[in-house]
Design a binder for this molecule. Structure first.
Ligand SMILES: [Fe+2]
Ligand SMILES: [Fe+2]
Length: 482
């Protein structure tokens, strides 16, 4: 979307306000800037090396002195904090009504989008995502983006929010929500800051204050997101997403232990019981930063976290239709086949912009699909279906009353392709993979003409049938009277 690029290659807007500058409160949410702007070539604030901090962290890690950090309780009362797309839209009932009427919602997701090296890779991804808003069929237009954590590297610092979040998403014309990742909650041992401080200000602002433009936005207009906290249920038409915070360790993800308590396990149980008692028919997704299944030499599966969640799903008898995660800086798609025959896609999309990682730096490409080595003999069979460990990309997800479709789009396709490189479709009723039934032929106007033609033909056929019946009954009456 490069337009009006100025001579120094910067974006021509957005100076970083000092942290602590007064926020602006608005009545309605604001997403994108009114005019498209060029991608910057450099960060406003040059990111220094974090090597000295990592030296200390690595030493603490070797000594097993790093633990999951306690986090603030969500703002909302009760065990299941809730947020709706209606809240996020600033109570715009018409917009929600239109999605319901169209019987499909589309949204984006990607993770690990922050970068310390420069804006290029993040912008590759967001530019392609913004291109999805040009579709002519309103059903295909994304309604929001859910980031899967690691928004700002290396330690979620306030001063890098502009370069790593607000600037890359400045032209993204929809709300952006964010799962908190380990880098959003980690604190540099060389800094005196609270864990998650900037994340909470920018993604968990209190809607009682209206929609707030924070100092981190650096003069841009996007308002802070109003999530109730680091874990919550997000309800949009046709889809419900349970968001968790898997804490600050590099590995594994931790959602409950003696130090941080079990509020997220209580949340999971209450949320699943509500799905059951409401007989919720939409798509149910889980989203958290650390992946329950991962292959490769950089990040491993968070098996303990998965076992804790599995136990509750099993006890309540409700399982998600799919699980989204980030953390590994690549794309990986797994299918978990449960003993009752149902199938759950587990997807990692952690290549939103930060330093893409090969699954095995010194190995060749993997043949897929392949069965993943189980950790225990009684584990469900898990298959690695597909992956991308060479480029950046994002998920485009569509949900209608029957099916959930998760597509992977590489950023390198730019605006030249809208065909995903990988996809999976889940039938909502059976929790099994299925063949996707598309809306139309890709030409909505022509498809509408065909539908009208079908309706006309059906009307003609009904009229012809009525006429025939009338003619027959008239003939029978005439025969009786002759
Ligand atoms: Fe990351
Ligand atoms: Fe991470």
């Amino acid at each position: 979307m490069a337009t009006n690029r100025n001579s120094n290659g910067s974006s021509g807007g957005g100076t970083v306000s000092p942290a602590g500058a007064a926020p602006r409160n608005l009545e309605s949410p604001v997403y994108a800037q009114p005019e498209p702007t060029p991608d910057p070539q450099i960060f406003k604030i040059t990111h220094p090396s974090d090597a000295p901090a990592y030296k200390i962290i690595d030493k603490l890690n070797e000594e097993h002195r790093l633990k999951a950090l306690p986090f603030p309780a969500p703002r909302a009362l009760g065990p299941e904090p809730q947020l709706t797309l209606l809240d996020v839209f600033g109570n715009n009932q018409r917009a929600i009504g239109a999605i319901e009427q169209r019987k499909q919602i589309t949204f984006h997701s990607t993770g690990d989008c922050g970068s310390t090296r420069g804006p290029k890779t993040q912008n590759e991804v967001t530019d392609k995502m913004v291109n999805d808003f040009t579709d002519s069929d309103p059903r295909e237009i994304p309604q929001f983006c859910l980031l899967l954590g690691d928004i700002v590297y290396s330690f979620g610092e306030t001063e890098y929010y502009y370069d790593q979040f607000y600037e890359p998403y400045r032209n993204y014309p929809a709300p952006v929500m964010a799962v908190a990742g380990n880098h959003d909650g980690m604190i540099s041992p060389l800094a005196h800051r609270k864990s998650l401080e900037a994340y909470l200000r920018n993604f968990c602002a209190d809607p009682a204050d209206g929609f707030t433009v924070t100092p981190e936005a650096g003069g841009l207009s996007r308002t802070a997101q109003i999530q109730p906290g680091v874990f919550f249920t997000f309800d949009a038409p046709f889809v419900r997403i349970l968001v968790f915070y898997s804490n600050t360790l590099e590995d594994p993800g931790v959602i409950a232990d003696n130090a941080i308590g079990n509020s997220q396990l209580k949340f999971l149980r209450v949320a699943l019981e509500r799905v059951k008692s409401e007989n919720y028919q939409g798509a149910l997704l889980f989203a958290h930063h650390h992946p329950p299944y991962a292959i490769g030499s950089q990040h491993s599966s968070s098996t303990e976290m998965r076992a804790q969640m599995d136990a509750i799903c099993g006890e309540v008898g409700i399982w998600p239709h799919a699980v989204l995660a980030g953390h590994a800086h690549n794309y990986q798609r797994f299918t978990r086949r449960r003993s009752d025959g149902t199938e759950i896609p587990y997807i990692i999309c952690g290549n939103g912009g930060h330093n893409v990682q090969k699954l095995h730096p010194h190995g060749g490409p993997l043949r897929t699909p392949q069965i993943v080595q189980p950790h225990a003999h009684n584990e469900d069979q898990v298959t690695l279906e597909n992956y991308d460990d060479t480029g950046y990309g994002y998920l485009r997800i569509t949900v209608d009353p029957q099916q959930l479709r998760i597509e992977y789009h590489p950023a390198s396709d730019a605006d030249q392709a809208k065909t995903p490189d990988d996809y999976v479709t889940v039938d909502l009723a059976t929790h099994k993979r299925t063949t996707y039934t598309p809306n139309n032929l890709g030409f909505p106007a022509e498809a509408e003409q065909i539908r009208q033609l079908h309706r006309q033909q059906a009307r003609k056929s009904r009229t012809a049938t009525r006429r025939k019946r009338k003619t027959r009954s008239t003939a029978r009456r005439a025969a009786r009277h002759s």
